[in-house]
Structure formats: C-alpha cells, structure tokens
Design a protein around this ligand. Structure first.
Ligand SMILES: *Cc1c(COP(=O)(O)O)cnc(C)c1O
Length: 449
C-alpha cells in the first residue's frame, strides 16, 4: 500500500484572509470556466479534508459545520471509506448492475432493507443522486397504486430535476424561469410550529385537519398515489413538524391506500440521532429515499420499501447506467460500518446536547433569534426582526454567516425566507472544534448586533 499524505491536525488555522490569494486566483478561473448558474457559498478552494477540518489551497484549516450539506456524516475521507474505495477501484470501477451485476450492490440494498424502519420484507434500488431517488419513488408509487397525484408540503425540498423541482416549494433559486413543471403535484401546509398562525400548541391538529381537507377536496384520496414528506425539512429551514403530525399523516395515508414516502435524504444515516428521523415517532414509511450521508461523500442514493410495493414495477422499469456504482457502494459499506462501529447515533445526540444549551443562551440574549430547533446534529436558529415581530431577518443571517466564514468556520444558511442558520457538523468532529465553532457563532452575533 502507498502511504497517504500526513494526517490533518484537527485544528483551525488561519494563515491568510478567507478566502486567501490562491483561492481568489482559482475563483477567477471558476468565473471564466464554470457556468454562472453554479454558485459557491464560500469560494475557498479545498485541497484536503479529514474529520471536521477542511484544508484550503492557501493552507488555512477551516472548521466544518456543513459536511458538504449533510454528506460527510462519518467525517471527510473517513478511514473505512477510503480503504474500501481504494480496494474497489483497484478491483473494478464499473460493469453496470443492469448488465453484469456485482455483490457490493446487494450488500448496500441488504443494509438499507435492514436499517430502514419496518420489519417486513423490503427491497431496494440504487441511483446516483437524491433527486433521482425521489423521481423513482414517484414512479414506484404510481405503478403500485395505479394513481397519479403526489402531495408535497410547503417548504419542501426534493431536488432540481424537472419532477423534483415541481415537488420543491421554493422558487428562488430552484425553480425560477425553469418551468413548465411536471403536473399532478399538489401542495399542502406544513405543520411549522414557529410560524403557525394560531400558535405552536394548535399546530399539529390544525395542520393535520388542513392536510386532510385539502387532499380530500382538491385532489381526492382515490387519485392520490403518494404523500411525500421530509420528517425534518432540510433546505426549507430545518423545520421540525409539530409532534404527532408525521405519525397522523402516515396513518391517514395507510387508511386510504396512499403511499407515505419519507424523504430521508438529509435526515437519514445517524444525522438526527437515529438511523432515520421517522423512527422518532415510530413511523414506518411505505417508501424511504436516502442519499447524502449514505456513502461518505461518493454519489449514491437509494429507494427502499415494502417488497410488494417495490416489486410491483415491471422488469427493466427502474435503473440507470451508473446507479449503484461499485465504488460508491464500497464507500457506503465503509460508511455504514463506521456508523455502527463508532455508534454515530449516540454521537449525534451528544452533539445536540452540546449545541442546544449554547444556542438557547444566545437566543436568550438576542431577540432576533426567534427559534432554536432541530434534532441530533441537524440544528438551526431562525432569525427574525425582533421580539414579537417574526419578519424573516435574512440580512442578519447573511451577516452572521459571512462573519463565521471570515473566521474559518464553514456554516450554511437555509429556509424559504433565507433566514435560518443551520448546523450540520460531521459526526466525527471533536468536542473542541464544536465549542470553538460555537464561540465563533457567538462572536458573529456580537459583531452583527
Ligand atoms: C439534497 C436533498 C435532495 C436532493 O438530493 P440531490 O442529491 O442533491 O439530488 C432531496 N431531498 C432532500 C430532503 C434533500 O435534502
């Protein structure tokens, strides 16, 4: 075996301004080579990364509170992922599972069937991206039920392909000028406690009543193939549905022969302190979509569901040239092994315990922090104009985010109104880096307010 590069010290190091001169140079190249439609939140060019640290081309070491959008849950270049990928790349890189199959694909499907909620017989299929998994969930649901309509929620994010753009709620930047969109998609209110008009305590009941009456009156149960829900909404602002809402929606779907699809692409694989966020309310979805955290950074997605549902599709109906690529599968196996061996569900809960009191202290200090929410290592604060005025404060969100970036902390924003600062650290990050990152967030609020 060849020796890898020297290990990366798990320490923040600032050698230049952020971004530094070499990053700025590369960014000039980006502007002339890459479509302007692809933007970057923090134009610091990464050279190496491990655990909770990103090393840029100027030698700066940044603390990672983003995990490349909830992907490197096991840490960047996690040792088991690297080892399995290296071995697989040397064995073979592609044969196409639909042509000449291989065992790694089976092993990932078996792991998905075992780890997703529900004890019955399950089947899985593998794809490349989250959006592709969602597209296939809709294909399967339509085939199985013989119905067409799909119900999605306010603030939902399901991807950027044509069908998933239609399922996504937010116009800018995801949908603007990209229509026409796929039809037979219907949108209903989300049980969003912080912004529920009559207050959080009535949110679950009223949102559920509105959901039922809108599907009944505007779509018709018998026309509805599936209800698609993120058990905690991701891009929409880390909205945790009011307690009981997910469970009631899932039960109602079962009563009406409608499939309940949990989009666990962001919430899955230990992110919220469970393998899947649906487990929190003991919900067993008919179909689950997975991606992001599944393979330690390699592109892979999955669709898992009850055997009778997944097997209802005609042979050849599901697939794709690269879906379940053997290298991506090897990465997923290394990643799942890491999650089990290092008990990353427990680690996500520790991270929650470390973060939440500090975020709540900040919220007590600044009336512009309207809400602290999330679960496990999927946490956020929602910023508003001030006490009693819930006007979204995207300007402050932008300032705080930019300050964190300037200090070498990679943070992300989210939310339909761009006023949510979200935290998605890799679960391999040390407590020291977490505390240091939170210190920077505190300074950012002090500097901005
Ligand atoms: C990111 C995401 C998607 C889309 O995944 P891609 O891999 O970017 O296509 C879909 N659903 C949810 C909940 C996501 O967070």
């Amino acid at each position: 075996m060849t020796e890898g590069p020297a290990p990366i010290e798990q320490q923040r190091v600032l050698k230049t301004a952020i971004p530094g001169p070499r990053s700025n140079e590369l960014h000039q190249r980006k502007l002339s080579a890459v479509s302007a439609g692809v933007s970057t939140g923090l134009p610091v060019y990464v050279e190496r990364a491990a655990g909770g640290i990103l090393v840029d081309v100027d030698g700066n070491q940044l603390i990672d509170f983003g995990s490349g959008i909830a992907v490197t849950t096991v840490g960047n270049s996690a040792p088991r992922v690297v080892e399995q990928v290296r071995a697989q790349v040397a064995d073979f890189t592609h044969s196409c599972f639909m042509v000449t199959p291989y065992e790694e694909y089976l092993a990932v499907c078996e792991a998905l069937n075992e780890l997703t909620p529900g004890t019955g017989q399950k089947r899985s299929a593998l794809f490349n991206s989250g959006a592709e998994a969602v597209e296939n969930a809709v294909k399967v649901a339509r085939t199985f039920t013989g119905r067409q309509a799909v119900v999605a929620f306010d603030h939902a994010y399901h991807g950027r392909t044509n069908l998933t753009m239609a399922l996504t709620a937010k116009n800018m930047p995801y949908k603007h000028r990209f229509g026409p969109f796929a039809n037979e998609i219907y949108r209903v209110p989300m049980a969003y406690p912080f912004r529920w008009p009559t207050g959080p305590s009535r949110c679950a009941d009223e949102a559920f009543e509105q959901f039922v009456s809108q599907v009944h009156a505007q779509v018709g149960e018998d026309n509805t193939a599936a209800v698609l829900l993120e058990p905690i909404q991701g891009e929409g602002g880390f909205i945790v549905p009011a307690p009981g809402f997910v469970r009631r929606v899932a039960d109602w779907c079962a009563e009406h022969g409608i499939l309940f699809i949990a989009d666990e692409i962001q919430t899955g694989f230990c992110r919220t302190g469970d393998w899947f966020a649906c487990e929190f309310e003991d919900v067993v979805p008919d179909l689950v979509t997975t991606a992001k955290g599944i393979a330690g950074g390699l592109p892979l997605s999955g669709l898992t569901g009850r055997a009778e549902v997944m097997d209802s599709v005609h042979g050849g109906g599901l697939g794709g040239t690269y879906g379940g690529n053997p290298v991506a599968c090897a990465a997923a196996l290394g990643s799942i092994e890491t999650m089990r061996a290092e008990n990353l569900n427990a680690r996500a809960k520790q991270i929650e315990a470390l973060f939440v009191p500090r975020l709540q202290q900040l919220a007590a200090k600044y009336e512009q922090i309207g809400d602290v929410r999330g679960r496990g290592a999927m946490l956020a604060v929602e910023l508003i104009a001030g006490a009693g005025d819930l006007t979204p404060n995207s300007a402050l969100t932008g300032k705080v985010n930019a300050y964190c970036h300037s200090q070498g902390l990679v943070t992300l924003t989210a939310g339909t109104y761009g006023n949510v600062l979200r935290f998605l650290p890799p679960l391999a990050i040390s407590d020291e880096l977490l505390s240091e990152g939170l210190d920077i967030v505190e300074h950012a609020f002090a500097a901005a307010l």
